[in-house]
Design a protein around this ligand. Structure first.
Ligand SMILES: CC(C)(COP(=O)(O)OP(=O)(O)OC[C@H]1O[C@@H](n2cnc3c(N)ncnc32)[C@H](O)[C@@H]1OP(=O)(O)O)[C@@H](O)C(=O)NCCC(=O)NCCS
Length: 152
């Protein structure tokens, strides 16, 4: 479905947490990992919100949270002390997908990273998400690295 209005992209607040968790749960991979309503999310949000290197964003259309992503700024020594930005947990509500909202959210994140002086933006996306790979490649991302995870 096409979004009729441009989204407002803003920092998430405590009262957005339930809607964000619904978005995280609303896809085949997330459905296996998330438990909407669990108090763990409020505690995690407090940690994110208190950290100046984190920007948990929501996209709001007509007063409803319809998209989210988390932008993290990672200071480092390499590349002359460059900061890199990490994009994680990107979701657009199922009934809004394919209408350009994801692109607007990702372009906002890239512009925000650049404005904060980051030298690059990086992300990982599950190897099974071939639609998402196409989405990121169209935004200019190059699959130049192999992502590895050790999950506890
Ligand atoms: C990937 C996602 C954020 C893109 O947002 P969007 O608003 O649908 O994207 P846009 O409308 O700006 O761009 C369309 C492109 O997104 C991708 N896309 C569209 N629907 C998708 C879906 N259900 N799942 C994954 N990617 C999708 C496709 O590449 C599509 O291009 P196409 O028309 O050539 O197929 C969104 O579809 C989504 O939340 N998908 C499920 C979760 C996911 O894959 N998140 C990324 C994890 S890293």
């Amino acid at each position: 479905m096409t979004s009729m209005q441009s989204p407002v992209i803003r920092r998430a607040r405590t009262d957005d947490v339930a809607a964000i968790v619904e978005l995280l749960a609303d896809d085949p991979l997330g459905a296996r990992r998330e438990t909407p309503g669990d108090p763990a999310y409020a505690a995690a949000f407090a940690v994110i919100d208190a950290d100046p290197h984190q920007y948990l964003a929501v996209a709001e259309v007509a007063g409803e949270v319809v998209g989210t992503l988390q932008l993290t700024f990672i200071p480092g020594l390499s590349r002359l002390g460059a900061t890199r930005a990490l994009i994680e947990a990107v979701r657009v509500r199922a009934d809004q997908r394919g209408g350009g909202l994801g692109r607007q959210l990702a372009e906002w994140a890239i512009a925000t990273a650049r404005a904060r002086g980051a030298a690059l933006v990086q992300l990982t996306t599950d190897a099974s998400r071939t639609d998402a790979h196409r989405f990121y490649e169209r935004l200019g991302f190059v699959a130049s690295h192999v992502g590895m995870k050790l999950i506890f």
